[in-house]
Design a protein. Sequence first.
Length: 163
Amino acid sequence: MADERLQRQLGERRYRLGFAPADIDAMAAHAYLSRAYWSEGISLALVQRAIEHSLCIALRCAEGEGLEVQVGFARMVTDRATYAYLCDVYVLEAHRRQGLADWMMQTLLRHPDLQGLRRLQLVTRDMQSLYARHGFQPLGHPERGMEIARPGLYLRDGAKSPP
């Protein structure tokens, strides 16, 4: 991907998107995800394992000459052939309302490994408008979809990350 599409300057802040494993800060992702409504209490080990087995994008920010920090993240669980599931998307509050989530989604969805897939899906409680701008729409036949849901799984006493 062209490097200029992966960098953006907004005032004093310099943002960069990265797919490389070195760009992904699992500890930063864990700090957010362990408090998010969909993964509250998730362990660092489980976040690390999920990242290792997914296509991830990090939104990184540097102010002035400062060090970059991860301020956004998204994870695509995919076989890179027919299907992908978008999850764990966030942008930290201090960096919202600047189009950064749109930029991150647009860049992720253009990734070569996600081209030609038969189906991309996601589940969201409150960000339908963001995803609709990128082609997602409500399920055409929700009665055909099924799930096994385990709310609060990571908060249960004695809950352990699988080996």
